[in-house]
Structure formats: structure tokens, C-alpha cells
Design a protein around this ligand. Structure first.
Ligand code: SAM
Length: 298
């Protein structure tokens, strides 16, 4: 699948957002920490949660355990965590897998992680996951993470570009985004994200987390989804770029009929030949119908 991440705003316009002081300490009763890997440096240092990096730290141990159980890491797994933050998931994952690669954009958090974990067990990239080449991480990475919500859609499209490579992805996102990812045709949540992801992955909703599981608490509920590449079950798509354009155009103006929404891409006759009624709306088309239409036009 072709990554189609949209450009992000950077610079001062995103920096003016309010910061929140977090009193997350390694020995905080509510702080999530796993056994085994020693807390060394993080100690009593405070971290100011940066809203521009979507920092809502998981602090409920019960949910940490459930997420780690859902990932079910095994020694030797090529685990890759996006946005390890203060390490709530990192510690238990490292404990179970023995070794972990992490990608963290925040320089201060990266420094804390470097100080806490030995470099031979935690391979740390202080980098932007949106621009990161996941193809450079070796065989069958298992991508996990409590994703920064402000970039979740472009990040999903970026990650989806590695479908041929990844073993699976277990990702925490806003519940509303997970609903869109897994939505069925003719529902309000069904859209471009649903079709583009479902054409390449099976998507399973695993658990829902309340705002209180995080600090600072986000305004909305979160959910964890597992994406597994369809591989041999994947529908044949003759031209991925054309498929993406058709899906995009069909949902660009949801209320329009396909005949109008796709008028620069397909004639009424071409739609009919593909077995698609020109007067229907894109939101009623199944993933298979989108694939059939794109292949008929390729
Ligand atoms: N994993 C931690 C947890 O569950 O408590 C932190 C999750 S927090 C929602 C998102 C994390 O992603 C933060 O650590 C943030 O700094 C990091 N982050 C934000 N944007 C990023 C990007 N573009 N690339 C890599 N990391 C990013």
C-alpha cells in the first residue's frame, strides 16, 4: 500500500499549546512500572507533558498488563515501540522480549530512556516515526505503541506502507479512530481509513481504555487495535495508487453519488461495467467492490 501521509504543521504554531506538569515518578503508586529492568535515572525527575507530541502517559498498571498480554511478546521477537515516553510499556515489553527497538521524537524522553536502559537491550532512535524507515529494522517487526493521537491517521498510513514487512501491529489510538479503522460499509464511521486499511490488514479491536488510565487524561476514550497483514488473503489490487485515488475521491464528498464523486476517474459506463451502480454513494461500497472498480479502471 502506498503511504499517503499528509504534511504536518511544525514550528511555533504547534508549540504554543498548553503544557501540563506531570508528577510521574518511578515510585509513584499509580505509575505503571514492570518488574525486572531497573529504574535508575528516571527517579524523581519530573517531565512536562508536551501536548504537541501528543503526550498522554499510561499510568494504570492494570491496563499496562492487559496491553502487554495482548501483544504477548516472546524472546527473540523483533519488537518496535513507537513513542515509548516514560516507559510504561517499554519496561514490561523489555522484560518479556529481552530486547526492544524504540522510536521517540522527544529529546528529553530519549535521554531519560538512554539513562535507564542498557543500549544493548534498548535500541533507541531519537526520530520522527512519521519519517522513519521501518524497513531498516530487520525481519518481521512487531510494531507496538500508544500512539500520539495528534498524528494517528498519517502515522497509520505511513505504517500501512510496510504491510509486506511487518508481522503485526498492536496500537493504541483514540477509540473513534479504531472505530473508523474497523468500520463496516454504510455506517457513519466507514471511510477512507477503513477501506485503505481493511484492503491490506485484518483489524481486531482488543480493549477500550478510559481517560483516567492516562496522565494527563485525554478528553476521549482510547482503544487498542491489532492489525495483521492479510498477505495471501489480500485482494489483488492492480494499481495501488489508482485504488487510493478512487477511495479518496469516493469519500471526498460523502453525500455525492459515485458517478459525480468519481467523474474525473470513471464514466457512468465504466462504473456499470464494473458492476457498480452509478447512483450509489461510496460509503455503501464494500472493500471488495472498491477493489473491483479500481481493477476495472486500471
Ligand atoms: N508509550 C508511553 C505511554 O504509553 O505512556 C507514551 C505514549 S504518548 C501517548 C505518545 C509518545 O509518542 C510520547 O512519548 C511522544 O513523545 C511520542 N511521539 C510523539 N510524536 C512522535 C513521533 N512523530 N515520532 C515518535 N514519537 C513520537
Amino acid at each position: 500500500m502506498t503511504g499517503t501521509s499528509s504534511p504536518r504543521k511544525r514550528g511555533p504554531s504547534v508549540v504554543r499549546t498548553k503544557t501540563l506538569e506531570l508528577r510521574l515518578r518511578a515510585n509513584d503508586d499509580n505509575a505503571a512500572s514492570g518488574p525486572g529492568v531497573a529504574h535508575r535515572s528516571a527517579g524523581d525527575q519530573r517531565h512536562i507533558a508536551r501536548k504537541r507530541f501528543g503526550q498522554n502517559f499510561l499510568v494504570d498498571r492494570h491496563y499496562v498488563e492487559r496491553i502487554v498480554a495482548a501483544i504477548d511478546p516472546k524472546p527473540g521477537d523483533n519488537l518496535v515501540e513507537i513513542g515509548p515516553g516514560l516507559g510504561a510499556l517499554t519496561r514490561p515489553l523489555l522484560e518479556r522480549a529481552g530486547r526492544l527497538t524504540v522510536i521517540e521524537i522527544d529529546r528529553d524522553l530519549a535521554a531519560r530512556l538512554r539513562a535507564e536502559f542498557p543500549a544493548d537491550r534498548l535500541v533507541l532512535h531519537n526520530a520522527d516515526a512519521l519519517e522513519f524507515d521501518f524497513g531498516s529494522l530487520g525481519r518481521e517487526p512487531r510494531v507496538v505503541g500508544n500512539l500520539p493521537y495528534n498524528i494517528s491517521t498519517p502515522l497509520l498510513f505511513h505504517l500501512a506502507g510496510y504491510e509486506a514487512l511487518v508481522r503485526d501491529m498492536t496500537l493504541m489510538l483514540q477509540k473513534e479512530v479504531v472505530q473508523r479503522m474497523a468500520a463496516a460499509p454504510a455506517t457513519p464511521e466507514y471511510g477512507r481509513l477503513s477501506v485503505m486499511l481493511q484492503a491490506h490488514f485484518s483489524i481486531e479491536r482488543l480493549l477500550v481504555l478510559p481517560p483516567g488510565a492516562f496522565r494527563p487524561a485525554p478528553k476521549v476514550e482510547s482503544a487498542v487495535a491489532r492489525l495483521i497483514p492479510l498477505r495471501e488473503r489480500r485482494p489483488f489490487i492492480a494499481d495501488e495508487a489508482l485504488f487510493a485515488r478512487i477511495v479518496s475521491a469516493a469519500f471526498g464528498q460523502r453525500r455525492k453519488t459515485l458517478r459525480n464523486a468519481l467523474k474525473t476517474l470513471a464514466s457512468k459506463e465504466q462504473l456499470e461495467r464494473a458492476g457498480i451502480a452509478p447512483r450509489t454513494r461510496g460509503e455503501t461500497l464494500s472493500v471488495e467492490e472498491f477493489v473491483r472498480l479500481a481493477n476495472a479502471l486500471a
